[in-house]
Design a protein around this ligand. Structure first.
Ligand code: ASN
Length: 324
């Protein structure tokens, strides 16, 4: 018998459509009515940590969730399932991946259709997440995201479609397992990862997307002592329009860490081009190239590294290394 703790945080999985078809959170979480179909094999304990749409989730709330899961590790629990809104699910899942010791299986899930919509995917995703969390193979795989019968590593998964139930994808690398009729199957293991057991979180780590003809304005606006870090979603393999360079240099001169990913959906950022604003120059300036993560994940990684009090060198290594 496995003991699984289910922590609800809100999102569409905990919402219902009203008479006019608008999807709204209610005073009651419909998931509280869920009756387990696992019999004596899996003992479920359920807790409503929050009941929030996921655009209301903040790093402070991610930390509160991490601290609740830390406690669960001492409560004789075999695994944890977190239900969460899908809009920021990948950020919370990756935050947990970076900050929790890799001891308990932790699986994050959500839904694209609310509880009373036809074809609602909430209960199915909840059940497959519970199945995954109770699988002996789920341990040591980092935090997992289970949606639509696929198992993804929290490190790389991203929401790719506004409404489709097959929205969660892992560009470049693919899912690491699936939930099939006869159970959970993994076909990849996790590469090494660093755990940052932080106690507080820093704010003011910003994410800025590059575009053709971009000027210095957005970078100038955040060149403040209160800024703790910046992630740039750069062009292509990792290049920036020349007009942004003085403002990026100013941030670096202020000892504000600047990390860079590509705004491309697939592939990794690298210092390939040696023209003005190309990756070679950006790297020489001290911009940290972050491999394999998208912008929102790189922001979480930078935020966790800064919150852990890393030195500039440690932070650069932590953010630049794909498998830390
Ligand atoms: N499908 C969802 O859960 C989307 C919702 N807006 C949320 O993230 O809370």
């Amino acid at each position: 018998m496995k003991k699984i703790l289910v922590l609800h945080t809100g999102g569409t999985i905990a919402m219902s459509a009203d008479a006019s078809g608008n999807v709204v959170p209610g005073a009651e979480n419909p998931l509280d009515q869920y009756q387990s179909s696992f019999g004596a094999d899996i003992q479920l304990e359920t807790e409503d940590v929050f009941n929030l749409p996921s655009p209301h989730i903040t790093p402070e709330r991610m930390l509160a969730l991490k601290q609740r899961i830390d406690k669960a590790a001492h409560e004789g629990v075999d695994g944890v399932v977190v239900t969460h809104g899908t809009d920021t699910l990948e950020e919370t899942a990756y935050f947990l991946d970076l900050t929790l010791p890799n001891e308990l299986a932790v699986v994050v899930t959500g839904a694209m259709r609310s509880a009373n919509e036809i074809g609602s995917d909430g209960l199915h995703n909840l059940e497959t997440a519970i199945q995954t969390a109770s699988s002996p193979d789920a341990a040591d795989k980092g935090v997992l995201v289970v949606m639509n019968d696929e198992i993804h590593s929290a490190r790389y998964v991203t929401k790719t479609h506004t409404t489709n139930v097959a929205t969660f994808r892992t560009p470049t690398f693919g899912p690491i397992g699936l939930v099939a009729n006869h159970g959970v199957v993994f076909f990849e293991s996790l590469l090494r990862s660093t755990v940052c057991p932080i106690q507080t979180v820093t704010d003011n780590v910003f994410l800025i997307k590059a575009y053709a003809g971009m000027g210095p304005e957005l970078f100038e606006a955040i060149a403040q002592p209160s800024t703790h870090g910046v992630v740039i979603e750069a062009l292509g393999a990792g290049n920036m329009p020349p007009a942004t360079l003085p403002a990026i240099q100013k941030l670096l001169d202020m000892n504000i860490p600047v990390a860079l990913v590509s705004r491309c959906f697939n592939g990794i950022a690298q210092d390939v081009y040696a023209y003005e604003g190309g990756g070679v120059q950006l790297k020489q300036m001290g911009v940290i190239f972050c491999q394999g993560l998208n912008g929102q994940k790189a922001r979480i990684k930078l935020l966790v590294g800064v919150s852990a009090g890393m030195s500039a060198d440690e932070l650069a290594r932590f953010v630049a290394t794909a498998n830390s």
